[in-house]
Ligand binder design. Sequence first.
Ligand code: LLP
Length: 402
Amino acid sequence: MLNNEKLSALAQEYGCPLYVYDANKIVAQYQRLENAFRNAPALRINYAMKALSNINILKVLKSVGSCVDCVSIQEVQTALTAGFTPNNISYTPSGVSFKEVKKAVDLGVKITVDNLSLLAQFGDHYSNIPVSIRINPNIKAGGNQKISVGHSGSKFGILTDKLDEVIKISTSKNLIINGVHMHTGSDILDPEVFLKGAEVLFEVAKKFKNIDFIDFGGGFKVAYKEGDPTTDIEYFADQLTQRFNQFCQSYGKELTMIFEPGKFLVSESGKFLARVNVVKSTSSITFAGIDAGLNHLIRPMYYNAYHHIENISNPNGAIQNYEVVGYICENDTFAKDRPISEISEGDILSFSNAGAYCFSMASNYNSRFKPAEVMIYDGNDYLIRQRETIEDILKNQIEINL
Ligand code: LLP
């Protein structure tokens, strides 16, 4: 359990800034999803590893039966390193070159293509290898504009008005279309959105005779603060399973139901710990400046995302409003007017929901080191990524003699 005492001890031992993940929480989320869909004819959960790609997190998920969703050849290589077999790796990239797809084929993973040109190239080379297609269901949903990716104005997937062309290409090149896929967006609360998307996929799947699976993507909404509404997974699972079973009956085959959750599995497992370097007041604002910035956790700046912040060094102090800011030479504000128990320089702040899209979106901006990562599993803590050093920053630079 990641209580404040444990987190303070970890910050002491490993230093700040530090990412800490509770692997038991990840396993619990996985099992909740698996259990919710227990009545599906067959279920495959592909963890969307872009959310958090440390190989030890991948190994934990693999050990409980998860498969993995990769969107780049480098993610495929990482998943293989973590021990996933090619058969348990799905590759669902967007807008990649055919050269990269070829590499994925050589590695033996399952391929999804998201545009007609790639489908045609695939058919020219690999008509004997089954391939699935990513459909754009034309549904606008998701927590914000940047993560809403299933509508007609988005670059992702093939719109259903292009289905005739898909059929033409697949027929002329003898392609075996074995699955249909969608990913509508992230932070989607309403189960009806997923159910509506599912109907689009059923309509598409009907048109192909070799379908083995339907992939409904990821996007379930988790809580970012107490009382935050979340996707009702159990209700959604009941509704979709019923409809899926009906579809399988009419299709004449028991298909596999696939999901690709990222946030649902790992968001709440993570905490980000940073130390306060400076407390500074103006007539109206008290800033708490920490030893981290948009280079370590960009979600508040990029999506305006809310991350709950607690002062674990003084949890019972008087509540005051703070503007929590980073040390990057830009306006990297984590939170404005945020009530937090009184902060002194040297205190440690803990950011919640730091499991998904936090470390994985970190950079070296301002030539800063990426943080270390620690995983807690069954009461033991493991350093799973060491803090970078100046050698990492300089590693690929080539100095020329001027
Ligand atoms: N499948 C595909 C093809 C995806 O592109 C994504 C996420 C997922 C599954 C998993 O979605 P999730 O269950 O995590 O919502 N960086 C943003 C989220 C971007 C998600 C991109 N694709 C954030 O921090 O909110």
